[in-house]
Design a protein around this ligand. Structure first.
Ligand SMILES: CC(=O)SCCNC(=O)CCNC(=O)[C@H](O)C(C)(C)COP(=O)(O)OP(=O)(O)OC[C@H]1O[C@@H](n2cnc3c(N)ncnc32)[C@H](O)[C@@H]1OP(=O)(O)O
Length: 179
């Protein structure tokens, strides 16, 4: 399977916040935003592996600034790393005031998607090529994030999380693992 560039997974989405998308404060509801983030992330994962993909996990999401009614939601999505059958996807969200041409940060999150075969079983994905400095830094850190979420999801023993442990005990992660 041929490796693919991180840049080729880029998805940019824009949505307008309408009354039906807001809470009683007149701001975009978190649940609606997560729905759009999930769709954007699924498109990016699908572009990379060209297979149907399933959301396996969503890392923590903190909402920095509310997005107001009538503002534009700007969502940018790119893969950070592909593993065996799973892919980590980075989603960044800004609000945009179209009248004053002002863009403000809303939030950032990492979702994990798993590619599926025709029987809906996990299926291998191409490797991801990180080219820019930012992509390389995201790629490296993705392994630690993966280990943390697999521990929290009960899918990895803490003792096996070598890169995560190396953050606290440098000698523990002398050789980078693949998992
Ligand atoms: C409930 C909902 O509607 S949520 C929204 C829609 N999503 C879903 O329905 C997903 C429901 N879950 C599933 O179908 C399955 O758990 C799957 C497909 C995600 C994983 O299937 P499993 O049989 O657990 O597969 P398995 O243990 O072999 O893991 C497959 C891959 O998923 C990854 N994975 C499994 N669980 C998680 C998790 N909680 N977080 C991150 N990655 C995970 C594994 O690390 C592995 O990745 P790798 O091949 O790159 O190493």
């Amino acid at each position: 399977m041929e490796a693919k560039k991180a840049a080729d997974s880029l998805v940019v989405m824009n949505e307008l916040v309408l009354p039906n998308d807001t809470n009683t404060f007149g701001n975009l509801m978190g649940g609606r935003l997560m729905y759009w983030m999930d769709i954007g992330a699924a498109m990016a994962a699908g572009k990379h592996c060209n297979k149907p993909c399933m959301t396996a996990s969503v890392d923590n999401i903190s909402f920095k600034n509310p997005i107001k009614l009538g503002n534009i939601v700007h969502i940018e999505v790119k893969l950070t790393r592909a593993f065996t059958t799973s892919m980590e996807v980075r989603i960044r969200v800004w609000g945009e005031d179209p009248l004053h041409q002002h863009r403000y940060e809303s939030n950032e999150a990492y979702f994990t998607f798993v590619a599926l075969d025709k029987d809906n079983r996990p299926s291998p994905v191409p490797e991801l090529i990180a080219e820019t400095e930012e992509e390389k830094s995201q790629y490296k850190a993705a392994l630690r994030r993966r280990q943390l979420r697999l521990i929290l999801g009960g899918k990895m023993a803490p003792d096996d999380a070598t890169e995560l442990k190396a953050l606290f005990v440098p000698a523990a992660g002398a050789t980078e693992s693949k998992t």
